[in-house]
Design a protein around this ligand. Sequence first.
Ligand code: ADE
Ligand code: ZN
Length: 342
Amino acid sequence: MLDARALPKAELHVHIEGTFEPELIFEIAERNRIAVPYASVEALRSAYDFTDLQSFLNVYYAGMSVLRTERDYYDLTAAYLRRAAADNVRHAEIFFDPQAHTARGVPFAVVTNGIREALGDAEHELGISAQLILCFLRDQSAASAMQVLEAALRDRERIVAVGLDSGEVGNPPSKFERVFERARAEGFLTVAHAGEEGPPEYIIEALDLLKVSRIDHGVRCMEDASLVERLRRERVPLTVCPLSNVRLKVVRRLEDHPLKRMLDAGLVATVNSDDPAYFGGYVGENYTRSAAALSLTDAELGTLARNSFQASFLDTVVREHYLEELNELQGGPATVSRSSTV
Ligand code: ADE
Ligand code: ZN
C-alpha cells in the first residue's frame, strides 16, 4: 500500500486564511492586543462544529480578523508551507481573500507583501514553489470585486489567477461575468468555487461565462450526467476537498464521498485540503483518509497525484519533471491509468 502522504503532489485548493491554527490565532491576537472571545485554544477548536458553509464562514472571517501586519501574514503563510512540505507538497496554488482584510482597514499591500515574503523564503528553504489565486467574495458586490481587481493590477507579482469563493447559493458566477472578463483581458487565469453547495448550473455558468481553467469542489456535477460527460470530454480539473465536504455537510460521511465515482467517470479530480485548520486535516490526511474510506487503489492514488500536477498552472517543463518523478515511483508509464493521461 502506497504511503499517500509521501507522494509528491501539488495542492491547488487551499485558502491561506483557512490554515490559521487556533494556537497561532491566540499568539497573533496577543501580539496585536486583540481579545479572542474564547478562553483557550481548546475552547476555540471545540467551536468548530459546522452545520453548513455559512456557519463555517462566520467563524473563518472572525478568526482572520486578528491579522493586521505584514508579519502576521508572513507567519500564517510560513506555517502553512512548513506543514504542506511535510506532506510532500512540491507546489501550492494558494487562495487569498483580499476583501476580508481591506474591509477591516488592512491595506492590500500589507497582505500581499507578508504572504509573498513567506513564499520566497519557503522556496529557498523548503524547495516548495507557490503561486497565488486572488478570490473575490461572491457574497459582496461585483463593484467591490472590480475594485480589488484594480488593486491587484498595481500589485500582481505571483498572482496567477483570480477565483470566486464565500457563500455560494444565491451568488451565481453570472454576477461576476464582467469582472472575470476584465481579469482575463489583463492576463489572469480564472477558477471558481462551483457545485460545492450550489447546483450543477453554477458549474456550467463558471465554464461558459467565467471561462475557468478549473472548478473548485464541483462535487455536485455528479447530479447531472451530461455535465459529467462535458467535464470528462473537456478534461476540466476539479479541485475536490473530501474532509471539507464532510465537515460542511455536503456529504454525510467520507464513505459516501463521490471522489471514487468521479475517478471512475474519467474526471480529472484532485485532492486538496480547503481550510485544513478548520476541517481536521491537511492535504496528506485528505489523501490517506479518503483512500481508507473509499478503498482507493495505489493506481488511483497515483492518478490523483498526477492530476494535481496536470491541473496546476506550472510551466510545462516543471510539470513534466514532477510527472516523470511520479512515473518512476510507480514503476513507469505502463502503470499509468487511463484517467491520468490528461
Ligand atoms: N472560503 C473558504 N473556504 C471556502 C469554501 N469551502 N467554500 C467557499 N468559500 C470558502
Ligand atoms: Zn475553498
